[in-house]
Design a protein around this ligand. Structure first.
Ligand code: BG6
Length: 492
């Protein structure tokens, strides 16, 4: 399906959290901006009966809540709501899938179809098999799977095998919404659209890489999901490892899907395995205690609704990773994520080596090294810190930032990750989606770390909500002479 074609999109989990917060608002934007062709239908499904009008008012509320006020136009909203339909589909009921088939065929049996599975991963394989049994896995169809894809290597492989038995790999779009973020695309542009960085992008010039996805939010009512997921499965196995791949991969020969995915896969396969005591030594797990976020008191994890009082689920994790390739041997990649941290901050920091000698006065100590910061959140931009002379009679040097602020430079609203990813699904472009072997390689690296944590028996370290995590997250770096970016200065 290319842009411009009419399509039917069926959202399984049509009134769930993801659909409400992300998919419906993103589809509103796409429709408002003329990206959805007349005659296309969006069909929400769920296990319960629901009137069409009730689904449309649910979607209207979702737009009013999650679309920016300045972007919400009444005519555009009404036009969007007219595209929405609802159908009850119980994942276990083949009759319901037959009814769905009738609805879809009524549109046009050869029309492009997108099945978006915004449900628990345990339902993915069963829904795909039901779609196939009802003859809905037509050549023009594609299926979109939301993370988390399984809870370990064996469950992910089972999903891949069962879904792969009824859909071709090039019909399967595995979402990691971080790949849809503007700055992640810009990282590709920065690395491979400029001659400047590539010669420097290696162990001879780079000291360490830090990837931080820090959140201020807590559970947001998702204890049922998070309790058996934790930070490793929720953020590291997917978002952080995908970012690491884009930072570390070799230049692909084109942006064609398999050219990019082949290079990412090589990075995942080159990750040095972390097992047993080494996994314990090179990782930190934390769980937040009560504290304050922006001056507001917030409860500790164990006091959140739906959390077991003796839960050992980690809400924070740090990993020191290494990539065993000529380009990266010896360069630590520090991965960090956590909930209820001091700031909402998502960034990739590349710390270069310092100059070999400070000629401006050995007594003044070492000069700070150059640092490239690629920021994804809260604002999107890139900054490079370089040394400059401070005005005045003395030869005093100070780090200053060369900044690229996307909002100011381009003055257009950046697409939300889901808007971009849905557009790519509609265009049939797989570049921003994970292939089955990538997904399995990521789990293959993560599983032994989870096993080591389980065997270790220690509770995650406590940290106060509103802090930067347990102190061991600092000492893990300090023991090798490294330090987290924000400890050195505030901001990129
Ligand atoms: C999701 C996780 O994948 O990403 C959430 O399940 C997390 O726990 C979210 O809050 C973060 O995404 P973003 O785009 O807000 O950084």
């Amino acid at each position: 399906m290319t842009r411009g074609e009419t399509f039917d999109m069926v959202i399984f989990g049509g009134v769930g959290d993801l659909a409400t917060r992300k998919l419906i608002p993103a589809l509103y934007y796409l429709n408002r901006d003329g990206q959805i062709v007349a005659g296309s239908r969006i069909i929400g499904t769920g296990r319960s009966d629901m009137e069409q009008s009730a689904f449309r008012s649910h979607a209207e509320d979702a737009c009013k809540r999650y679309v920016r006020d300045s972007d919400l136009d009444e005519a555009a909203l009404n036009a969007f709501l007219e595209r929405l339909f609802y159908e009850r589909v119980d994942a276990d009921s083949s009759d319901d899938f037959q009814t769905l088939a009738t609805t879809l065929d009524r549109g046009d049996p050869d029309r492009c179809r997108v099945y978006f599975l915004a449900t628990a991963p345990q339902l993915f394989a069963g829904i795909c098999e039901q779609l196939a049994a009802a003859g809905l896995n037509t050549a023009q169809s594609r299926v979109v799977l939301e993370k988390p894809l399984g809870t370990n290597l064996s469950s992910a492989t089972e999903i891949n095998t069962r879904v792969g038995a009824v859909f071709q790999e090039d019909q399967i779009f595995r979402i990691d919404h971080y790949l849809g973020k503007e700055t992640v695309q810009n990282l590709m542009a920065l690395r491979f659209g400029n001659a400047l960085f590539e010669p420097l992008w290696r162990r001879t010039n780079i000291n360490d890489v830090q990837i931080t996805l820090a959140e201020q939010v807590g559970l947001e009512g998702r204890a049922g999901y998070y309790e058996h997921t934790g930070a490793m499965r929720d953020m590291i196995q997917n978002h952080l490892l995908q970012l690491l791949c884009i930072v570390a991969m070799e230049p692909p020969t084109a942006t064609e899907p398999n050219a990019v995915r082949d290079e990412k896969l090589k990075v995942l396969r080159a990750l040095k395995p972390l097992k047993g005591h080494q996994a314990i030594r090179d990782t930190v797990r934390g769980q937040y205690r009560a504290g304050a976020i922006n001056g507001q008191a917030v409860p500790g994890y164990l006091d959140e609704d739906g959390v077991s009082p003796d839960s050992t689920t980690e809400t924070f994790a740090v990993i020191k990773a290494h990539i065993d390739t000529w380009r990266w041997a010896g360069v630590p990649f520090f991965l960090r994520t956590g909930k209820r941290l001091a700031q909402r901050r998502a960034e990739i920091v590349i710390n270069f080596h310092p100059v070999p000698l400070n000629i401006f006065g050995a007594d003044l100590g070492d000069l700070p090294a150059n640092r490239l910061v690629i920021r994804l959140q809260p604002d999107e931009g890139i900054s490079l810190s370089v040394m400059a002379k401070q005005p005045g009679p003395a030869m005093r040097l100070k780090p200053v930032s060369l900044r690229l602020d996307f909002a100011r430079t381009f003055k257009v609203r950046p697409l939300d990750a889901y808007e971009r990813l849905l557009t790519e699904v509609i265009r049939g472009n797989l570049t921003l989606f994970m292939r089955n072997d990538e997904l399995e390689a990521a789990w293959r690296w993560v599983d032994p770390i989870l096993a080591a944590w389980q065997e270790d028996g220690d509770r995650p370290r406590g940290y106060n909500a509103g802090s930067w995590g347990p102190s061991s997250a600092v000492s893990l770096l300090a023991r090798d002479g490294f330090g987290w970016h924000e400890e050195v200065e505030d901001g990129p």
